[in-house]
Design a protein around this ligand. Structure first.
Ligand SMILES: Nc1ncnc2c1ncn2[C@@H]1O[C@H](COP(=O)(O)OP(=O)(O)OP(=O)(O)O)[C@@H](O)[C@H]1O
Length: 396
């Protein structure tokens, strides 16, 4: 039950027969397609009575195929609906507004998130500042805290399953793998998305006589997400999936240079405590929210001194002006550096990262270390040949 890339199914783009979904059409006007899932299409729709916009996920449940847990798509969708209702009423969790069920389709009417997936947003901006990361991570952890308090484990947290509303607030979505779990219950089924799987989940699915996993897997995924937000690539990605999974199990990742050079210690410390191999030592959502990364700067309180305060304000203003100027002053770059080490220059690095993702459509690493600059070293043919030979040998 590992999430795969969406597979397009063109017949889903046709609107289901009006007789099948009479009630839905009586209440909503379906509009353009917003996106597609494996067996669903999501359309913007307008509620006729109020004129309010929503996102309708239209799921074709006519096939009898069962998932690895023995549930048909209809049963799995009904289970997802019950979990959505259980965790409802939180500002950072997607709101399910309406449900319609026919023999062939289920319509889920969600609140509309006009700014799409966090994943696409990140792909466009490449990486987020510490300040933006703080806002998103605080919202994410608050939502996870709420879900866990309801005894639900999400099991597929990733930027693709985090939507952004009009004000760029997050909404956790896709509770397809979510499960209600008793306080000390342990699970052992494999589900989620490879790069975000926690080590104990991998162990539970690989070995017998191991304990299984619990809610802590969601906090591991939060660590992976936070790392990815700050630098634009995930901590454990490797083009050979087995190596990636081994790195996860050994907790092998780096705050590599140059991407992490300008990032302060607090976010790194929080990530380390989320990407903690031992789930018992990993921070819970509530503990993570108390981490210093989320605390505001504390000003020392003492007797008021007007002169000192004025001097301090002047210093801060001057520093702010300098920082602002610095931000808009391009880094000095020589032709030599631009030719032989373009990745060293922040402006070029951002452009390279953006292009790399668009061209390769996945994060790129070479060997054990992240090296998107390698894409520009002008040796692609050798690499292609080697990886072709490797995959050919593997198949043989
Ligand atoms: N509430 C929403 N508001 C705006 N856009 C949405 C909303 N829900 C989904 N979408 C868009 O529709 C796309 C498909 O959503 P869906 O939930 O079907 O994707 P999925 O998780 O890949 O599907 P599946 O559940 O089959 O794995 C999303 O990638 C997103 O761009």
């Amino acid at each position: 039950m590992v999430a795969s890339d969406s597979i397009r199914d063109d017949h889903l783009d046709e609107l289901p027969d009006k007789h099948v979904a009479r009630d839905f059409y009586a209440k909503y006007d379906p509009k353009e397609v917003l996106g597609r899932g494996v067996s669903s299409t999501v359309r913007r729709c307008v509620e006729k009575e109020t004129g309010r916009e929503y996102a309708a996920k239209i799921i074709d449940v006519s096939a009898d195929l069962e998932d690895p847990q023995g549930l048909t798509l209809r049963q799995a969708t009904l289970r997802e609906i019950s979990i959505l209702k259980l965790v409802a009423g939180h500002p950072y969790i997607i709101e399910l507004h309406d449900v319609f069920e026919s023999s062939t389709y289920i319509f889920l009417v969600f609140e509309l998130c006009k700014n799409g997936e966090l994943f696409d947003y990140l792909t466009n901006v490449v990486a987020l500042s510490e300040k933006k990361t703080k806002t998103i991570m605080r919202q994410l952890l608050e939502a996870v805290e709420h879900i866990h308090n309801k005894n639900v484990v999400h099991r597929d947290l990733k930027p693709e399953n985090i939507l952004l509303d009009d004000s760029f607030n997050i909404k956790i979505t896709d509770f397809g793998f979510a499960k209600v779990i008793a306080p000390n219950e342990k699970l052992d089924d494999l589900c989620g998305t490879p790069g975000y799987l926690a080590p104990e989940l991998l162990r539970a699915t690989m070995y017998e006589n191991v304990e299984g996993y619990g809610k802590e897997v969601d906090l591991w995924a939060c660590g992976v997400i936070m790392y990815t937000l700050l630098v634009g690539f995930p901590p454990f990605w490797h083009r050979k999936q087995m190596i990636m999974l081994r790195n996860i199990m050994e907790g092998r990742y780096e705050f590599c240079s140059p991407e992490w050079d300008d990032i302060t210690d607090l976010p790194k410390h929080l990530i380390k405590n989320l990407l903690q191999i031992n789930p018992r030592l990993r921070l819970t959502a509530s503990q993570a929210l108390k981490h210093d990364f989320f605390q505001h700067m504390q000003l020392r309180v003492g007797p008021f001194d007007a002169r000192k305060t004025f001097q301090l304000v002047m210093l801060v203003v001057r520093a702010m002006i300098r920082i602002k100027r610095l931000k808009h002053t391009p880094e000095p770059m020589s032709i030599e550096i631009a030719r032989f080490d373009p990745y060293r220059i922040k402006t070029l690095r951002k452009a390279i990262d953006g292009c790399a993702f668009r061209v390769y459509n996945h994060w790129v690493k070479r060997g054990e270390v992240q090296n998107r600059a390698a894409l520009f070293e002008n040796r692609p043919k050798q690499d292609l040949k080697a990886s072709y030979q490797q995959s050919f040998q593997a198949k043989a």
